[in-house]
Ligand binder design. Structure first.
Ligand code: ADP
Length: 269
């Protein structure tokens, strides 16, 4: 209505070479953001051009987890994203003052996402990862409209309750006609440290087991084709520490079991 027409989103252009993934979960706290930053850092370490768009308006923890302390700058009519660990990152949190919670309504969020996709100077990305808020909300729908080719990556824990809501979050793909890249099970088990010290392997299944498989099977039935479980990431206190310190474990210690799973997922995307 008399406004400036929205700029074209490079990732939705036919023939765009950028693979776009929307990382989704049913509930919060399952490690969606941790998985996103570790995958991004692992891909960047493998030589890919990677961007992360933090669209989790409730969490927006991605910049800290990646160690991106810089602010976006404006050059002509483009926003230059800060980068860290070789990953370009833009977050809704960079555009609010301090720790102010974001209380935007749907249409405003849609416009913000449109801007993040079209007005940010991403350059020639091989991969763009978008960290969605938990659940099935306005943002997931907006992403599907703005970048219909975005594939959904579902993160869950092994727990039945988490898996049920994760499946619901993934099932949005049937309405938006998006592809599901696969399911990542996080916090799958804790390798018993005493057993490891004795050269034995024993897995403590703190959150139960089978959540990832159940989500993949449920979504597979819904979509009529197989959905892969891309990996089962163990619990590792260093993964949390790496997030707190802005040093993703997948690159800080690539040999850690959690890192090996993350890196293998990164090569499959
Ligand atoms: P979400 O984005 O789903 O809300 P986060 O990535 O913020 O979840 O993770 C929630 C908390 O769990 C964070 O403190 C994070 O460091 C921690 N965490 C996530 N995955 C693991 C893991 N595999 N091992 C140990 N801690 C983890």
């Amino acid at each position: 209505r008399g406004g400036v027409p929205a700029k074209e989103i490079p990732f939705s252009r036919p023939g765009s070479m950028t693979r776009v993934y929307a990382v989704a979960s049913g509930k919060g706290g399952v490690g969606k953001s941790s998985v996103t930053v570790n995958l991004a850092a692992a891909m960047a370490a493998d030589g890919l051009n990677v961007g992360v768009l933090d669209a989790d308006i409730y969490g927006h923890s991605i910049p800290r987890m990646l160690g991106a302390n810089g602010r976006p700058t404006q050059v002509q009519n483009m926003i230059m994203p800060p980068s860290a660990n070789g990953v370009k990152v833009i977050s809704i949190g960079m555009f609010v003052e301090g720790n102010t919670p974001v209380v935007w309504r749907g249409p405003m969020l849609h416009r913000a996402l449109q801007q993040f996709l079209a007005d940010v100077f991403w350059g020639d990305l091989d991969v763009l990862l978008m960290d969605l808020p938990p659940g099935t909300g306005d943002i997931a729908i907006s992403i599907a409209q703005l970048v219909p080719t975005a594939e959904i990556l579902v993160v869950t824990t092994p727990q039945q309750a988490a898996a049920e809501v994760a499946e619901r979050a993934g099932s949005i793909a049937t309405q938006t006609h998006q592809q599901i890249a696969g399911v990542v099970e996080n916090m799958s088990y804790l390798p018993c440290p005493h057993c490891t010290a004795e050269g034995k392997e024993h897995r403590l299944e703190i959150f139960g087991s089978g959540g990832g498989r159940r989500v993949a099977e449920g979504l597979g039935r819904l979509l009529g084709h197989d959905i892969p479980v891309l990996g089962e990431i163990p619990l590792d206190p260093r993964l949390r520490e790496g997030g707190d310190e802005g040093k993703p474990l997948a690159v800080a210690d690539p040999e850690a079991p959690a890192s090996q799973v993350l890196r293998s997922i990164a090569t499959r995307l």
